[in-house]
Design a protein around this ligand. Structure first.
Ligand SMILES: C[S@@+](CC[C@H](N)C(=O)[O-])C[C@H]1O[C@@H](n2cnc3c(N)ncnc32)[C@H](O)[C@@H]1O
Length: 441
């Protein structure tokens, strides 16, 4: 890495640290302002940034041991020694010309760290596995002692790039051929029939079909959730927490651009982005609707009006940590308890939209029981008109993938982001004219 790129890495690391936004949003803004960096430079800076984000707790542990402040600058210095194995002299050379120059304290830090690597036997598991305090107990509850280590380690491995082919505009075979023709090594995803997996790191601008709406970036786990909605062409569907439309696009395409989808969210900016993406994907069976809250009056006016309702609930995002390594260090704003309460309110309210015989799919990109199984159990106890449709009945091809009645994906077990989905069906009304022979009425 050249001094110029080292400086850029430090600058972007500082931006990520100070912004209250996800790292991918911060890096996009950073590179828009840094036209001097070409594609290759950007790749190198991103690689270094994300590697350091994946080692944040471990680097912090080393800095605390040296009584050094856990700042982006110290973290970068520590990474160069512990992660890249550079000697203090090599780093001094690399730093030459960068401002401010290395201080005496920094030179001592480099000397003290020299000869060590990132791992250390005294490091507690929570640091070694990069687990934030707020999530430690719920994750151990979810995975048990052994599974916890394996799952946390899986969140530290950079994930492949998963894509979903838009069947309105392309076929998976044609896209696989195009990508192979470009010298890439695309693989069909093992579980989703629309997915393509790329292991290569590449600039997204190089990907055929992304700008033209033939493909979308979407983790295979997310694709499977949309398939569980099982929306048919003439049906009426609500995507209750549609956000920027990742799942709306897949559902609307599954419906072959027919039927009627309402994409709702309380966030207007995200819904605008959803509308733009729908246009780009050639989909016109969707209406977007901004809700004032999960109990917006629109819900009462449309109660029992939909065949399918998807709730892709706001959640802790613990399933996405391998993709967003910075996310684990932002505890849920509402706290886990507050988040669980919000999810319960959304479930109770959105369930009213489901018509008799229709289905509600409750999904999160969390792996925590509190947000998933516990939430569904509480909902079913309070709503006897709904029952769980076991995964083996709804999607027999996925039954071997996950042992429970729900879809429950994790990075270590399935090679996807962590996702949960439960299918809840509302009882159908008794057919007209059906008389109970035992009734005395
Ligand atoms: C997991 S994200 C949705 C991601 C989106 N479905 C996708 O696949 O791209 C959860 C969404 O829930 C929305 N949300 C938060 N609180 C809500 C509420 N009270 N009612 C409806 N949506 C809400 C957030 O704005 C956010 O867009």
């Amino acid at each position: 890495m050249t001094p110029h790129l080292l400086q850029a890495t430090l600058d972007v690391l500082r931006d990520v640290e100070t912004a209250a936004r996800p790292a991918d949003a911060v890096t996009s803004a950073f590179f828009r302002a840094r036209r001097d960096l070409d594609d290759r430079d950007r790749g190198a800076v991103l690689e270094a940034l994300y590697t350091m984000l994946r080692h944040r707790a471990r680097l912090g542990w080393w800095l605390a041991r040296q009584n050094s402040a856990d700042t982006p600058r110290n973290r970068l210095l520590a990474w160069l020694v512990l992660g890249e194995g550079k000697t203090p002299n090599q780093i001094k050379h690399l730093w030459d010309g960068l401002k401010p120059a290395l201080s005496a304290a920094e030179t001592t830090l480099l000397a003290n760290l020299s000869g060590h690597s990132v791992a250390h036997p005294d490091m507690p598991d929570s640091k070694r596995l990069e687990c934030p305090d707020w999530a430690l107990a719920p994750l151990q509850r979810r995975f048990g002692e052994e599974g916890f280590g394996a799952e946390m380690e899986a969140t530290l491995i950079p994930p492949p790039l998963d894509l979903r082919v838009n069947p309105i505009k392309a076929t998976r075979d044609a896209m696989l051929r195009d990508m192979t023709g470009m010298g890439l090594r695309p693989q069909p995803t093992p579980l989703s029939p629309h997915g393509i997996r790329l292991q290569e790191r590449l600039s997204l601008a190089r990907l055929p079909g992304l700008k033209t709406g033939e493909i979308e970036i979407q983790d295979e786990g997310s694709q499977l959730v949309t398939l569980l909605v099982d929306a048919k062409p003439k049906e009426r569907v609500v995507d209750f927490c549609a956000g920027a439309g990742g799942k709306t696009l897949a559902i609307a395409a599954q419906m072959q651009n027919k039927g009627y989808v309402v994409a709702c969210d309380v966030n207007e900016t995200r819904l605008k982005r959803c509308a733009e993406r729908l246009r780009g994907a050639g989909l016109h069976n969707v209406e977007t609707r901004v809700l004032s809250s999960e109990t917006d009056r629109w819900i009462k006016r449309h109660k029992a009006g939909f065949d399918r309702v998807l709730i892709d609930a706001p959640c802790s995002g613990t399933g996405t940590w391998r993709r967003n390594p910075d996310a684990r260090w932002r505890a849920p704003e509402l706290g886990l308890e507050g988040l669980v309460a919000l999810q319960a309110r959304i479930l109770a309210s959105a369930a009213r939209l489901v018509k008799p015989g229709g289905r509600l799919v409750y999904a999160t990109c969390s792996v925590l029981c509190e947000e998933n199984e516990d939430q569904v159990t509480a909902f079913l106890a309070a709503n006897p008109a709904f029952h769980l449709v076991p995964l083996r009945d709804a999607a027999p091809h996925l039954a071997g993938v996950t042992q429970s009645g729900h879809l429950c994906l994790t990075p270590a077990r399935h090679g996807t982001d962590g996702f949960f989905a439960a299918i809840l069906q509302r009882e159908a009304l008794p057919a007209l004219g059906m008389v109970d022979p035992h009734s005395t009425v």
